[in-house]
Design a protein around this ligand. Sequence first.
Ligand code: ZN
Length: 362
Amino acid sequence: MTETPHPLLPATTPVTRPDEHTVQVGGADGRDGVRVWPAGPEVARLLTGIDGRRTERALRGDWSAAGLDDDVVEDLLAGLRGAGLLREVTAGDLLATDPGPAAAARAGLELPTVAAGRWRTRRQSSVVVEGATRVGTPLAGLLAASGVGRVSVRDRGLTTAGEPVVGGVAAHDEGRPRVLAAADAIRRASPLTDLRPLPATQRPDLVLLCRPWAAVDPLTAALQRDGVPHLVATVRGDTGVVGPLVLPGVTSCLRCADGWRREDDPSWPATAAQLATARPAPAGSTLTCLATAVTAAVQALAHLDGGDCAPGVLDAALELGPPTFQPRLRRWPPHPGCGCGARQEGVAEREVAAERGQWGGE
Ligand SMILES: [Zn+2]
């Protein structure tokens, strides 16, 4: 399989005619664009052909056979590249898209936002969402609609009257198993995503912990032991919490965060024990839940895509909530007493942050 890049002009790029002899590509709303003059009907045909399905060499061959001037083609491609309007996809990316015109139309909006070769990586990824909560279900839908190949939601509860949320379970789901209501919600956004549970022998690429207090969940210890990356995405009170993203043995774990909490608050162990056994409080407002889900999806996709997309919540968490929903970074470096194997250089960062008053309690 060749990995020769295929040029793609995203379908979302505005193409306008400032006058009858000129075509403008992009350039709307203060962004860079390209103007072609004089522009006959062949230019529009040329632009619609840059759909990511052919290599640049094949495109040039087609255009040359159609009688287009090589200099016009050269100038236009150079201009589009110079303005940052062209994306590149690979044959592997194209093959990783679900078949059918509807799936192609949906992928056409997602694929240009991913670096060349990363779409295939994303399509091959599998995630598990622990908790079909007002954060977990919309988050699962976001990941599925963004191209993640397999999204499995785990939850044993029944949907209650307070749980419907935009992008999540619906009001008429009350009384149904949450896991089924969540599957319906995901399919509304992405009908072809594989929602089957993973076989016991298959390790997911990422587990999203969407219940309020993951650190006290025995599940977390198993993920840490098995080396499965996991990301906290939940709402506590009315504060959305995204992070830390734990890469076992590399970055700080949830026990590290627990260790820091103990140092900050001597009564934390008693509080944590009560939180672990209490019936979970209702999740926060719709805006808090959805802002948390979107923020978590960005971090999860950065991890799944790999490459240069380093997630911002390694050894840290983003917290956000009303009224501004402005994310606040809270650092959770490895704790010296934890023993999880995470590198320790972040400890000094925490001490600096504490001195600056950036280390508030929860
Ligand atoms: Zn640790």
